[in-house]
Design a protein around this ligand. Structure first.
Ligand code: PLP
Length: 231
């Protein structure tokens, strides 16, 4: 791949890691924050570059694009996360190829993934996508319905409930972001009381990473700040 592009990825990755550590150090939560590199719309070569710089967890939004890259990079020790909208006709591919799914918002999708997860693979790690602001235009399960969905997933032997994820509106102000992220943290801690397997609170992207870590995220999903703008 073009050396300049590769150089930028390595430099950005290093910068993001430093930023995460610096922000986490000043948060009230004594937890390490995992960096998930969101590689949608970027080629397998870009992933390989980040991998060579030590990154191991990557996320994709589109099923076929993700599966293509997973197959191209089979030789690498990557943990793959699916974070995009998931229709029922695509669950089989996700169950067969990914390690995590962060965008579960319906029982029907969870049931299909559980049925389609191959016996030879470990349980598929699951995060429930929460519509924390109850915005009717946004995807995700509403807060009041999270407990029932978590209970359902926890009963599925081929799924492992690991926590919750959210995406905030891009143009909300900083106070609103902090409030929403704090509501996620509270929900996360409640779920943890009920389900000991819960250990992941995935929130924060390139634009709102700082606020998310301040409010207690322990996984951030960063795309453009590592790989550059998408087409
Ligand atoms: C694209 C995407 C990201 C990364 O967004 P950036 O702004 O590029 O960091 C994170 N999470 C989800 C669910 C996404 O779709």
């Amino acid at each position: 791949m073009v050396t300049k592009v590769a150089e930028n990825i390595v430099k950005s990755l290093e910068q993001i890691r430093q930023d995460i550590d610096a922000i986490a150090e000043h948060s009230d939560f004594n937890e390490s924050v995992r960096l998930l590199a969101v590689s949608k719309k970027h080629p397998a070569d870009a992933i390989r570059t980040a991998y060579d710089a030590g990154q191991r967890e990557f996320a994709e939004n589109y099923v076929q694009e993700g599966v293509d890259k997973i197959q191209q990079l089979k030789a690498l020790d990557v943990t793959w996360h699916f974070i995009g909208p998931l229709q029922s006709n695509k669950t089989k591919l996700v169950a067969e190829h990914f390690d995590w799914v962060q965008s579960i918002e319906r029982e029907k999708i969870a049931r299909r993934l559980n049925e389609q997860r191959p016996d030879a693979l470990p349980p598929l790690n699951v995060l429930l996508q929460v519509n924390i602001d109850n915005d009717p235009n946004k995807s995700g399960v509403q807060k009041k319905d999270v407990y029932a969905l978590a209970e359902f997933v926890s009963q599925c032997s081929h799924l492992k409930l690991r926590g919750i994820m959210t995406i905030l509106e891009a143009d909300t102000d900083e106070n609103q972001q902090l409030n929403s992220f704090a509501a996620m943290r509270a929900l996360y801690e409640q779920l943890q009381q009920m389900h000991p397997s819960v250990d992941t609170l995935s929130m924060g992207m390139s634009g709102d990473m700082r606020q998310a870590i301040h409010a207690g995220a322990n996984m951030v999903r960063i795309g453009s700040a590592i790989f550059g703008q998408r087409e």
